[in-house]
Write a protein that binds this ligand. Sequence first.
Ligand code: SF4
Ligand code: SF4
Length: 384
Amino acid sequence: MAEKLVVEPDLGFIKEMAGLGGDTLKKCFQCATCSVVCPIAPETQPFPRKEMIAASWGLKDKLVGDMDIWLCHNCGDCTTMCPRGAKPGEVLGAIRSYAIQDYAAPKAVGKMVNNPKMLPILFLIPSILFLIVGFAYKAAGINWLNFSPGGEIIAHYKFFNTWLVDSIFVPTMLGMNLILAYGVYRFICDIHKNALAAGKVEDKPFDPKDLVTSLINVVVRIMRHDKFSECGENKERATAHMMVLFGFIGLFVVTGTVFIGLYVFGVHGPLSQINPLKWIGNIGGLMLIIGSLLMVKNRLTKTDQTSSYQDWYLIGMVFMLGFSGMLTQMTRLAGGEGVTYVVYFIHLQLVWMFIAFLPYTKIAHLVYRTAAMVYADYMGRGFK
Ligand code: SF4
Ligand code: SF4
């Protein structure tokens, strides 16, 4: 007797898909054009048609633990070619947003971060945190949060001491990494289980050497933006994405070096304007601004593709980080003592928001996509 298949759709999931930009999925009539035109889908069990079927049935567990949704680079070719306007590229993007929230704990924070109505609260959290910590030190007789500390040079550490900044940021970074690592661990377990059950991959004994090789392959692919160049519809996204990615890498290198310089070698800022680190930081900041503006332009000109709140949150955050960082420096160089401290304070809050909420936002796609690509490469999924 044939085995009975019981499908248990999650109706809440279908509803949430609509809110995340996947409201068109019901239009799909399973023609498979999308899977044929996708330049990345593997020949065995290609995407995104099967994901469109699973999404319209509300099969949440199958989709959030599906590595294929992360192999898609949102080029938009399938959306353009879909004869029904079902926008499969956007539906996959919505599933990815859902998966990020599903794997990040606690879920209540994810819901808050991804609710546009809660945005003012998100801004308020770091403001209150920084003020409480700053005033606690001030009450203890330490002269921080002083808008005119005086002295020959204007330096942000006089207003908000670097040690104080790091005493807030280091625990935030650690907490963020733990939440992200826990989410990625559960994600890898799920995609492995689902890929074996679906016959996409065959089980094999763990080989650390192969894993390192796959990791190197994937990092090289990401750096070169290979997949973006294969896009037919959204080729220009590569420039904007590269600028933002390399901008962040540059700023990360600068922050790490300054951190080591301060705590290991006792070198305090502000750095000279001709210091190479300053150059890298300034170029990184400009790349964030230009890259995010290009992303806005690309999204506004692609009227057949949907942009969700999660997309705008990411772009807005990247722009504000770059802009507030550059403005902090420019107001300091212009000699605006009080102004530069206010701008610096705002910049710190934006950086805190970016780091603390990272596991719940689209920014986490960098980690989930890398993990899925490494897994697919290691297990021989054969994506192009
Ligand atoms: S999403 Fe569009 S192209 Fe893909 S199977 Fe459905 S109707 Fe066809
Ligand atoms: S958006 Fe591009 S990469 Fe993603 S499924 Fe569609 S065609 Fe493939």
